[in-house]
Design a protein around this ligand. Structure first.
Ligand code: ADP
Length: 492
């Protein structure tokens, strides 16, 4: 080998981009290092040659001197390239992942091994991050409350996401390959069967569907799903289903509906109490009139009346009065029957007018006058009876707050005002007003300052108003008396 050639090789060796180290093939000692190797390890060539590869490595059970030596000897024996991955320790203490190859150098009496390596810590880090991300998404899918499944044209489960374990208690592999119809509630099978048939005939592309499915604990759970027909897509050849267990939500909704039904029933019964006074008043008149007509007929018959025209007329009038009484009773029965709660669009003035005659009769008993002030009417989405119950409770409270006042000073005003997006119904009285204690406690269940009070009226009102998206407020009236108001969202 000429000196020029040997110089060139040395220069190439020194300036190569990859780190190069020449090892003694028997002892593993470092004989030579290039500049890239010095940069990689953070040591000078002299220092590196004075130490061992084991001392330059992280030193865990797989990355230590003995293993490095084994690799070097294997490279000597194999002759060809020997690939390896290793973790070195930089002079700063930082571990660096490297990969490279070992190759026995030919033409030397003593076996020499050339190690060429490069820093792969960036790549390793990226791989680690990717793996962690993969694990993260895997975890996410496993713990998701949503599930994903692919259903083949014949109903076979082609794919089932891991989250099934959390949703239905089964590992997804237990469901894979099974026919989906064997898992569904028998009552839901025909509907879903025909949906899948429609998907096969390309009559449906996507949509939502609900069904019940067996949980591992033996209960039927309600699912809601969004599906996409990918039967024609060769990548899937299935219907893609994203499902979610909504059993708890449905149960909660049913509880709310039941509560509202009960509330509605109590409200009607409570109004029935108020209505009793009105009923007595309304029935008194027709019954009294009918009795008079019957008495007149009897008198005429007893007097031997020959002409029946008058008697017939009196009987017709008596019948009409009794029919009127019947209608009054019927209307109260309809009102107090346990109707399901129904929310509809009502005008506030119509709601108020519907209860006003009852309230006036109740007010008259205590010589109270009621005035109404509706500056502008508004529509609200509500259960009319419940809102009438609220108004009725507030007015009765107002009437009861004025028992100590002289008769001519007893007045209740009901006003309706509009404020941004809401309508406010205000009941004001000229009574004793709230004490600071009752102002703070009013509306708390069973708080009452009345001898025969129950303390449920205001709390019932607050619940009803809250369930309609409004708020109730108790305040001291501007001059005197109490002021209780509530809001309801306006609907267009
Ligand atoms: P109850 O009427 O059975 O006492 P409520 O819940 O309707 O139950 O009322 C609770 C309390 O709030 C009453 O006992 C009273 O002290 C106070 N309150 C309610 N409305 C008024 C009002 N308009 N003026 C003064 N106090 C009131």
């Amino acid at each position: 080998m000429s000196s020029i050639e040997s110089l060139n090789y040395r220069e190439i060796f020194q300036n190569a981009n990859d780190a190069m180290i020449v090892h003694d093939g028997v002892t593993g000692a470092i004989l030579e290092t290039n500049e890239a190797a010095c940069r990689l390890f953070g040591h000078s060539a002299k220092d590196m040659c004075a130490t061992s590869i084991g001392a330059l490595s992280v030193g865990d059970p797989e990355i230590r001197e003995e293993i490095a030596l084994r690799y070097i000897r294997q490279a000597v024996e194999a002759g060809g390239l020997f690939n390896f991955e290793w973790i070195i320790r930089h002079s700063s203490g930082t571990p660096i992942a490297i990969e490279g190859n070992l190759k026995r150098m030919r033409g030397h009496t003593r076996p020499l091994v050339l190690a060429i390596s490069r820093d792969i810590s960036e790549r390793k880090l990226a791989e680690l991050r990717l793996r962690e991300r993969g694990r993260y998404f895997e975890e996410l899918l496993r713990n998701s409350s949503d599930g994903v499944a692919l259903i083949a044209a014949d109903g076979c489960v082609k794919y089932m996401g891991e989250s099934l374990a959390g949703i239905a208690g089964f590992p997804s592999r237990a469901i894979l390959g099974r026919n989906v119809f064997t898992l569904l509630h028998p009552a839901d099978v025909p509907r879903l069967f025909s949906l899948l048939a429609k998907a096969r005939r390309k009559m449906v592309n996507s949509g939502t569907v609900s069904y019940r499915v067996l949980h591992r604990d033996g209960s039927w759970r309600s699912h809601e799903a969004v599906f996409k027909n990918l039967l024609d897509d060769p990548a899937f050849s299935a219907v893609l289903v994203n499902y979610r267990d909504v059993t708890e939500r449905l149960r909660h909704e049913e509880q709310l509906r039941e509560r509202e039904r009960q509330l509605n029933h109590y409200a009607r019964l409570s109004i029935a109490g108020e209505a009793a006074a009105a009923l007595a008043h309304e029935l008194n008149q027709p019954l009294f009139a009918a009795v008079n007509f019957f008495a007149g007929c009897r008198r005429r018959l007893e007097a031997g009346a020959k002409d029946s025209t008058e008697i017939e007329m009196a009987l017709t009038l008596a019948q009409a009065e009794l029919e009127r009484a019947g209608r009054v009773i019927q209307s109260v029965r309809n009102f107090t029957a346990n109707h399901p709660a129904s929310r509809n669009r009502h005008s506030v003035s119509a709601i108020l007018n519907g209860i006003l005659s009852f309230l006036r009769i109740r007010a008259e008993q205590d010589s109270v006058t009621i005035t109404t002030h509706i500056t502008k009417d508004a529509f609200v989405e509500c259960d009319e009876v419940l809102i009438q119950q609220v108004i009725s409770n507030l007015v009765v409270n107002a009437i009861e707050a004025m028992t100590d006042l002289p008769v001519d000073a007893r007045a209740v005003s009901i006003s309706v005002e509009i404020e941004s997006g809401y309508v406010r119904i205000i009941v004001k009285d000229s009574g004793c007003g709230f004490s600071s204690e009752s102002l703070e406690a009013a509306g708390r269940a069973f708080f009452t300052t009345k001898e025969n009070g129950v303390g449920l009226g205001l709390s019932l009102c607050r619940t009803i108003v809250g369930s309609h998206g409004g708020k109730m407020a108790c305040e001291q009236g501007e001059s005197t008396g109490g002021k209780v108001s509530f809001t309801l969202p306006i609907t267009l």
